[in-house]
Design a binder for this molecule. Structure first.
Ligand SMILES: Nc1ncnc2c1ncn2[C@@H]1O[C@H](COP(=O)(O)OP(=O)(O)O)[C@@H](O)[C@H]1O
Ligand SMILES: [Mg+2]
Length: 243
């Protein structure tokens, strides 16, 4: 069976004044697969995420969701289609409880069957190991737990496409291990775009890797292919500690 492109970017370009943040970036996400987007700081990864999520208007280029051109749709409409994100800067509601953060993300407050939805929030919290902290104020959680909570908020939306911008940044090795296990359990259910610096995570999770450098796609392939690529080694991997 041919792979289905859930999300596809064609020729995505963003020029800020003289800065070429993204130039003619082509990328597609295969259904149920994990695609990693890697590259040095300033390569344009977050700009790319901003454009596919509808938060940054491209200079030119097109974004397709299941073959439909969604380039003109605002971010909230894209979320309604089934796209969820976690951002490089953690964006939880610090004054609310852990439970309410997840409930809000799922839109459960508006729902009728309270019991079923309550069970769902707890199921998500349980899955990511935060159920015993459901009543805690989110802002009081450790940084690692706040990042995990943000992932829970994404999962609660039951997204078709889940985009995570450097989710393991600042996590301990143990927390990174837990993240890898969680992503493995999600893979297949949802299509994942993972922006990641930690090569141990990329090696463990990515079905496909695309490398950005100076706003352009430098290489694309399996982790092994990327790792063996001389241009990638020179531009990025050679200077990055990795397992
Ligand atoms: N709002 C902005 N205005 C001007 N330049 C920007 C803006 N956002 C990003 N850039 C520039 O675009 C380039 C790509 O940035 P970014 O997408 O954040 O890279 P990455 O996420 O790979 O580190 C960098 O040179 C950055 O300085
Ligand atoms: Mg970034």
């Amino acid at each position: 069976m041919a792979a289905v492109n859930v999300l596809e970017a064609k020729g995505l370009t963003k020029i800020y004044g003289g800065v070429e943040a993204n130039v003619d970036v082509d990328l597609h996400l295969d259904q149920g697969k994990i695609t990693a987007l890697i590259g040095p700081n300033g390569a344009g990864k977050s700009t790319f995420v901003g454009m596919i999520s509808g938060r940054i208007a491209p200079t030119r280029g097109t974004v397709y969701f299941k073959g439909r051109d969604i380039s003109q749709l605002p971010a909230h409409k894209r979320m309604q289609l089934g796209m969820a994100y976690t951002f490089q800067i953690t964006s939880i509601f610090p004054g609310l409880s852990v439970y309410d953060n997840v409930a809000l993300a799922a839109g459960l407050r508006l729902a009728h069957d309270k019991q079923a939805h309550d069970a769902k929030v707890h199921a998500v919290l349980d899955r990511i190991g935060l159920d015993d902290r459901a009543d805690q104020t989110a802002g009081d959680l450790s940084y690692g737990h706040q990042r995990v909570l943000e992932i829970a908020m994404g999962l609660a939306q039951e997204p078709e496409v889940f985009i995570l911008d450097e989710p393991t940044q600042g996590l301990s090795e143990t927390e990174v291990d837990a993240f890898i296990a969680l992503m493995k359990s999600i893979a297949g259910e949802t299509t994942i775009l993972l922006i990641e610096h930690n090569m141990r995570v990329v090696a463990a999770l990515a079905d496909h890797v695309t490398v950005l450098d100076q706003g352009r796609v430098l290489a694309s392939g399996t982790f092994a292919e990327i790792h063996a690529n001389d241009a990638v080694q020179a531009a990025y991997l050679g200077s990055t500690p990795h397992a």
